[in-house]
Design a protein around this ligand. Structure first.
Ligand code: NAD
Length: 368
């Protein structure tokens, strides 16, 4: 097999892992890494025995595929330059800042006839892959994505940084269109929103509650699905999937509560999970690294011309839904009146303090 010549543009926190994986894959040559910070470019190039550049223009005609891992504000410019040169692109999520930019990238990829993939990595989470294999028609979904403030991705807010993962997963699981969006969110440190909750009503009747926060102390990334077929719970961090379904007995007759005698009722609690509700735990944690799976898939699409699992169109649809969430939270009236505080930057004035400095000094204060 001929070696694919690749490069990574933006080798910060995440881009350096793209470079590491490419440097170790067979049949791939990491031609170079690009970072506008020369010191960072040099450090990563040395580590993976390749050349360092401070501008992508030098590589436009030297590669067969490229990974764009710069901050989001540069995704469109960099990806467009490579697509115009006929080079397949894997662009990190969120695909761009606006739907108009995303549409432009899709048009360029179509014109060049090359794959455009978006880095919605949770689609490669073994727990989510396993769920998609099951015949589930979600009717209510809760998605939570919480993490501590990292100081990165401050060019965007929690919707484009975090919630976009779940918006893409919801569109994949439920399908569109989304009839109504109601969101609320707040900027805690200034700049963009740091926490947000959205209620989505899909045209097919499914309701989803989605929460994202980048100021939560302990990371949590999970999805819970209720459907006529049963319940599914995913922990994206541990990559575990829990499935619960009614037993054949319950599907046919329900639980005959009126015919249960005293002792049968007493046993109900112990027998609920097992006899009446069957439970399956699936552990996807030993199924390999997700970023490697995403990259290998992209390179396979480059070689075969196949449409990527997360196409430019998918990235665009997630972005379009994210724009609706942002629009809704911008117009949320905290006190129910448009002439009062509105949106993520104008919160109602605090009514007081939740605790005093003296309480803070008490040892239990750190427990949560
Ligand atoms: P980062 O700030 O750590 O790294 C970005 C790097 O790009 C920096 O080294 C910076 O110097 C460089 N850079 C900036 N402008 C550039 C330009 N015009 N050309 C070349 N290099 C440039 O950010 P990060 O956390 O690595 O995030 C990068 C991208 O990856 C963002 O779009 C982010 O949303 C995405 N991301 C995705 C996931 C995921 O789960 N898929 C996780 C983290 C980050």
């Amino acid at each position: 097999m001929t070696r694919l010549r690749t490069a990574v543009i933006g080798v910060g926190h995440l881009g350096q892992h793209h470079a590491r994986i490419l440097a170790h894959l067979p049949d791939v040559e990491l031609v170079g890494v690009v970072d506008s910070n020369p010191e960072q470019a040099r450090l990563i190039a040395e580590r993976f025995h390749t050349r360092a550049y401070t501008h992508y223009a030098a590589l436009l005609r030297q590669v067969d595929a490229v990974h764009v891992v710069t901050p989001t504000i540069y995704h469109h410019e960099v990806a467009a330059a490579f697509l115009e040169a006929g080079v397949p692109v894997l662009v990190e999520k969120p695909m761009c800042r606006t739907v108009a930019e995303a549409d432009h990238l899709i048009a360029l990829a179509e014109r060049a006839g090359v794959p455009l993939q978006v880095g919605h990595i949770e689609r490669f989470n073994p727990a989510f892959e396993e769920l998609l294999r099951r015949p589930i028609r979600p009717k209510f979904i809760e998605a939570e994505r919480h993490g501590p403030f990292t100081g990165r991705s401050t060019d965007i807010g929690a919707v484009l940084d975090l919630m976009i993962h779940d918006l893409d997963l919801l569109l994949t699981l439920v399908g569109g269109p989304v009839a109504r969006v109601a969101a609320v969110g707040a900027s805690v440190f200034g700049g963009h929103e740091d926490m947000v909750n959205a209620r989505l009503e899909f045209a097919n009747g499914c309701i989803a509650h989605v929460t994202a926060s980048r100021i939560t102390r302990h990371p949590k990334r999970r999805l819970r699905v209720w459907a006529p077929e049963g319940y599914a719970g995913i922990d994206f961090v541990t990559r575990k999937l829990l499935l619960v379904q009614p037993s054949e007995e319950v599907r046919r007759w329900g639980i005959p509560l009126d015919r249960l005698d005293g002792s049968a009722r007493a046993r109900l609690r112990e027998e609920l999970f097992g006899r009446y509700l069957q439970v399956l735990h699936l552990d996807g944690d030993r199924k390999g690294d997700m970023l490697t799976a995403e990259i290998v898939h992209f390179l396979e699409c480059v070689r075969t011309g196949r449409r990527p699992r997360v196409s430019g169109y998918d990235g665009r649809q997630a972005l379009a839904l994210a724009e609706r969430v942002l629009e809704s939270l911008r117009t949320h009236a905290w006190e129910g009146r448009a002439d009062g505080p509105v949106g993520p930057h104008q919160l109602p004035p605090p009514a007081g303090y939740l605790f005093t400095p003296a309480q803070l000094a008490c040892p239990q204060a750190d427990a949560a």
